[in-house]
Design a protein around this ligand. Structure first.
Ligand code: SF4
Length: 197
């Protein structure tokens, strides 16, 4: 029987596969609607997420809720998750081996949830999911067809908190996401696998 999102979350809560388990207060599994069409993928927990064990809380979470409301989306319609699940010491960025060790949790969430649209919110999430070094600034707002879903890269809401000049661009990304979702996009089958009927 296929694993559930709750069971993946449980594995994350007890994980000690990389050194980051030593610095965390609480690991942060994904959360949201288990039938979500849209998954938002951040880089990793910040201090508020580390304290609560929940993704996208604190100032970035409040800002996210404001963006969602502005375009007519609700947090409870989405699945919110991260590339890594534990806060590194001193709040430094996660290192490549830590990302590599933690990444299977994200891939498992995508496999079980089967979202139509996966939105990487930063270079680390985008590079992991595209399987090559990639820049959000270059690809934001474009829908990239993958095997089971579309990748839809966007700026992270926290970017606008660090740099208010980016707020307009973050808003633009959320508007484009809503427009793309409402267009009910369909993945084309790979060449040679089209239906004969
Ligand atoms: S960051 Fe990921 S792999 Fe490392 S201990 Fe936390 S849950 Fe496990």
């Amino acid at each position: 029987m296929e694993e559930t999102l709750g069971e993946i979350g449980q594995r994350i809560r007890v994980c000690k596969k990389c050194p980051l388990h030593e610095s965390r207060t609480k690991p942060v599994p994904g959360e949201g609607n288990p039938f979500a069409k849209v998954m938002l993928v951040g880089q990793g927990p910040g201090r508020n997420e580390d304290e609560t064990g929940r993704p996208f809380v604190g100032a970035a979470g409040v800002f996210l809720d404001r963006m969602l409301k502005a375009v007519g989306l609700k947090r409870r319609e989405l699945w919110l998750t991260n590339v890594t699940r534990c806060l590194p010491p001193g709040g430094r960025l996660p290192r490549a081996p830590e990302i590599k060790t933690c990444a299977p949790f994200l891939l498992d969430e995508i496999r079980v949830l089967r979202p139509k649209i996966v939105c990487p919110l930063g270079n680390k999430a985008l590079s992991l999911l595209l399987r090559k070094p990639s820049q959000i600034q270059r690809l934001r707002g474009t829908a990239i067809p993958m095997e089971t879903h579309f990748l839809f890269p966007m700026l992270h809401p926290a970017a606008a908190i660090r740099n208010p000049a980016l707020e307009e661009k973050v808003m633009e990304d959320f508007k484009n996401l809503k427009r793309f979702l409402d267009s009910d996009p369909v993945l084309k089958p790979p060449p040679g696998q089209e239906s004969l009927f």
